[in-house]
Design a protein around this ligand. Sequence first.
Ligand SMILES: NC(=O)c1ccc[n+]([C@@H]2O[C@H](COP(=O)([O-])OP(=O)(O)OC[C@H]3O[C@@H](n4cnc5c(N)ncnc54)[C@H](O)[C@@H]3O)[C@@H](O)[C@H]2O)c1
Ligand SMILES: O=C(O)C(=O)C[C@@H](O)[C@H](O)[C@H](O)COP(=O)(O)O
Length: 548
Amino acid sequence: MNAYKSRRARRPHAVIIGMMGAGKTRVGKEVAHMIHVPFADADLEIEREVGMKIPQYFERYGEPAFRRVEADLIADFLEDFEGVFSLGGGAPMTPSTQDALADYIARGGRVVYLDADPAEAMERANRGGGRPMLNGDANARWKKLFKERDPVFRRVANVHVHTRGLTPQGAAKKVIDMVAQRTVHVTGATIEPYDVAIGEGTMGHLVEVLGPKPHKIALIHTQPVQRHSDRARALLRQGGYEVSEILIPDAEPGKTINVANGIWERLGEEGFTRSDAVVGVGGGAATDLAGFVAATWMRGVRYVNCPTSLLAMVDASTGGKTGINTPQGKNLVGSFYTPAGVLADMRALVTLPNDIFIEGLGEVAKSGFIRDSEILSILESHADELRGFDGSSFLGTPLEDVVAELIERTVTVKAYHVSSDLKEKGLREFLNYGHTLGHAIEKLEHFRWRHGNAVAVGMVYAAELAHILGYIDQNLVDYHRSLLGSLGLPTSWNGGSFDEVLALMHRDKKARGNMLRFVVLDGGPGHMVHLDNPPADAVEEAFRRIQQ
Ligand SMILES: NC(=O)c1ccc[n+]([C@@H]2O[C@H](COP(=O)([O-])OP(=O)(O)OC[C@H]3O[C@@H](n4cnc5c(N)ncnc54)[C@H](O)[C@@H]3O)[C@@H](O)[C@H]2O)c1
Ligand SMILES: O=C(O)C(=O)C[C@@H](O)[C@H](O)[C@H](O)COP(=O)(O)O
């Protein structure tokens, strides 16, 4: 259906923004030197273009004229310059430059906010003189500008680098590492903002994300990810925390009230207080349980997720749905409780078995169907490599970049839905595409079917239902089957009766009273609608069509 084409057009490797004196030029040059690309400084380029020094230009034509020249030049460089590009301190305050930077980020660009220690930055900014924006009491002006600009810098940048105490070389190395990372910022009216950091070595930010307040950390993990939790434990100990390692049963058996209760008892015995924290390392089952413990212990303590499966990286670790299963069904008890950060470290995928990686592609495809059709294109073009995933030889290959992009895009879809509807009043329900039947299958299979596989069949079911009711055409139903099948995901199921399935679908969290509620595509990918109380014969006929 879609043919994925590489969107890597000409654009800067990184754009550096920050306050006057933050070291944008010095560090930017260092970064360019280290990665062997050219460097450009917007202020110097402007001086070259207008044929005079910036203070002179300011004096003769005023700031608005300067900002216009600056915005035009930046727009040109963002389209055409392949190197490291640093902007003047005030440049990101211009609305058209903000739009140009947003477009550059959408094309895969990295806008780096270089955040220096204020005292150091003020000292450097004052050193050379000749800064029209600092006329008068330079330090007072710098502080005032910082107050205005810092929130904007945070908003327009997708990489935030603190440089306090670092040499220019050290700061440049940090910029290079962080530019190689992808970050999705999750925010919203009712959400304490946090970042999902995706890339090799992101677990290294664990201490930074936990912050200085916690004294004790409950490190919750399962046995198959011991190697990764050992790394987390070492980082935590280096960070000075007291670590309580808590091993839980693997997969769904870990998501129970008994397991949660065992952990509450342990936290009580070990004197965990409200300022202590929880770190969850593992697949989605472990991060759901760890989040639930964090949400309930003393009515809520800080928690950080270190997802280790593809599914947990793209979906379970972000968005704040935490919970446990009950004998009656999946995730029936839980809480919406937001993590302080998510560290999706690609290195964790080296031990991930092929079938569990493939399962995660189910939720990736879901995000493609519900919002970002570029995801579908990427899945289509890389289906063979993705299906053949081998964690042991995957780092450093082109597939790693494909997977990182899929994770970033899928988390972005999740962040979009969660940001405006944390508690799932309407929009967020679209993330539940394929889950109404999917959860029923998991339950009837006694959780021996993997979640992503059940969701894949659930999406084919939802597509059949939408087709029967006239929302989508047969081609799109076929496309569900062919795409999911090409990734190695199941598209049919024959493990239970319609009556059993129907009873479970009535217990789905989207159901209202006796009314079933589905989310389905309307017309094509990216167009979702709620489907309340569909005709009973359509619900049954769609089920017949997914049986083998
Ligand atoms: N909270 C949410 O928004 C949300 C979203 C999607 C799914 N979920 C939940 O997530 C769970 C599914 O997550 P999952 O697919 O990760 O399953 P899982 O947590 O059961 O993990 C699958 C298996 O892979 C192992 N594993 C994970 N990472 C590994 C690694 N790097 N190396 C070796 N083994 C590894 C696990 O230990 C487990 O045996 C379900 O309970 C589902 O309900 C929650
Ligand atoms: O985050 C959401 O909202 C989702 O629905 C994401 C789903 O992919 C995920 O499986 C979630 O755990 C399902 O939640 P539930 O409320 O249907 O149990």
